[in-house]
Write a protein that binds this ligand. Structure first.
Ligand code: ADP
Ligand code: MG
Length: 471
């Protein structure tokens, strides 16, 4: 029999986010202050700016971060209808920037809330390029610290006026920020540098300037610099570069082809070789669009050719692993220091002489935009969703490395590199007559078993006697 129900309440309702929902977006999704600044810089890029100026000022009187670009700015309508509306996916539809047709970096419509983790108040002043109308908005993030108010209950005053002397662009000022430590400032510079592709594929006309004025710091009391990408390492032992593309689909399997060039600079007279490698993607892996690969590899036990010893050690220490570049920007965290996303260290652990570890490679893999690669960035900006295309990416890069590795291995073997130095006769004799190793191994085996200490002592004694006799 169907259940009888007596309706007591009925009506249509709407999900109304609590005021602090907006902070959940900013604080919950944007990982840290560096990511927050990178998001705001990307907005300037998307707005066709050719420069963005980031200023951090920390002194007794004020504590603020400002970000100013000379992009196309926003109209009153864009501010009220787009900027004020979370999760607008305008950029997902547009894909290319308005004037310069740059590949848009924004997708999810949340980057602007990054400013909520940088400080307490946000002042935005934006002047639109065509109308030269300026729109101003002031936000106090503290007004959102409430879950008994709704988002729609927080008033935000927005005004616009015709300006005669303001150049187009957007100017954000975030005040009431915490004073950043010198280490945090170092990291900010590092992440800005690593944001940019080292290749010229990013519009040469997007420049990032950083100014820091921190009273309590010697290093950053008055700092001003144009941020340049990390240089591509000129000195290396090996380099493998080329393209990976789809060759054909056979019986449902994707067959890829890697057209690669391998350089070996360990000696001065080795000519580069060309290798075409065909390989099949396994189950659970899919082609992720054309890849451009450029990886340098290092022998950690050898000096770098053409470079002083100290400098070579320093350089090799800073080797950043393998980065992924998309539309002129690096996708974090791939290529962040110590991020071994390809599990190179584990691979090497299983085969130490053949395989390269994460700190032996420095490279870049350039991918196509999401529409072609199907590599989709997570909302948190912490890399790609780990779908089949991502597995295809990993597999393709590892395949290319596996082309280089045996060549390097053979070369090192032929030239007696890396192997243990031959032992002297004395060392060899000592080793033959020594029971040290045997002793420790037996002792540790016994200690984990339930054998009594008297038996352990007896075994030890027998070994000692034998050692004496041998000597
Ligand atoms: N610096 C800027 N210049 C011009 N427009 C901007 C700027 N920052 C944000 N916007 C506008 O606000 C919208 C939201 O930005 P954001 O939250 O970063 O999301 P997304 O970049 O994913 O669209 C953008 O789509 C853009 O229209
Ligand atoms: Mg954005």
């Amino acid at each position: 029999m169907p259940e009888e129900k007596e309706i007591t309440n009925s009506g249509f309702y709407y999900i109304k986010p609590a005021a602090n929902h907006i902070l959940t977006i900013g604080k919950g999704i944007i990982k840290d202050s560096y990511t927050a600044i990178l998001e705001l810089v990307k907005n300037s890029f998307d707005a066709d700016a050719d420069e963005v100026r980031i200023k951090l000022i920390f002194n007794d009187k004020e504590s603020k971060i400002s970000i100013q670009d000379n992009g196309h700015g926003m109209t009153f309508e864009t501010v009220t209808k787009k900027w004020m509306v979370p999760s607008t996916q305008d950029k997902l539809r547009q894909k290319k920037s308005k004037y310069k047709k740059r590949p848009l970096q924004g997708r999810k419509g949340i980057g602007r809330y990054a400013s909520s983790i940088l400080g307490e108040d946000l002042m935005m002043l934006t002047t639109e390029k065509e109308t030269l109308e300026t729109t101003e908005l002031l936000l106090d993030w503290k007004d959102f610290y409430s879950d008994d108010k709704y988002l729609e209950d927080v008033d935000i005053l927005i005004e616009s006026y015709k300006s005669t002397n303001k150049p187009p662009g957007t100017f954000l000022t975030i005040s009431g920020s915490n004073t950043w430590t010198d280490i945090e400032l170092d990291r900010l510079i590092g992440s800005l540098k690593r944001l940019l592709s080292p290749f010229d594929d990013i519009d040469n006309d997007f420049r990032i300037y950083l100014y820091i004025s921190k009273e309590s710091s010697d290093k950053y009391s008055s700092y001003s610099e144009q941020i340049k990408p990390l240089p591509i390492l000129e000195h290396y032992h090996y380099r493998i570069y080329g393209q990976v593309d789809l060759l054909e689909i056979k019986d449902g399997d994707e067959i890829l082809t890697a057209k690669l060039t391998i350089e070996n600079k360990s000696l001065s007279n080795i000519s580069p070789i060309q290798i075409d490698k065909k390989f099949k993607l396994e189950k659970g892996q899919k082609f992720c669009g054309l890849l451009n690969i450029d990886i340098r590899a290092f022998d950690l036990d050898e000096e770098l050719p053409g470079i002083a010893s100290d400098e070579s050690k320093k350089l090799v220490k800073e080797i950043p692993g393998i980065a992924v570049i998309k539309g002129g920007f690096r996708v974090r965290p791939y290529g962040d220091l110590k991020v071994d996303w390809l599990s190179l260290n584990e691979r090497r652990f299983n085969n130490p002489t053949l395989r390269l570890s994460n700190n032996q490679v420095a490279g870049y893999v350039t991918i196509l935009q999401e529409e072609e690669s199907n590599l989709e960035e997570k909302a948190s900006r912490e890399g790609f969703k780990e779908n089949e295309h991502y597995e295809g990416l990993v597999s393709s890069i590892l395949t290319c490395l596996s082309v280089l590795e045996p060549i390097r291995y053979k070369f090192r073997k032929q030239h007696n590199k890396g192997g243990r130095k031959p032992k002297t006769i004395n060392e060899q004799i000592n080793e033959a007559s020594s029971f040290d190793k045997l002793n420790t191994r037996i002792a540790s085996a016994l200690s984990t078993s339930n054998v009594s200490t008297t038996i352990t002592d007896q075994v030890k004694k027998i070994i000692q006697e034998e050692t004496k006799e041998k000597e």
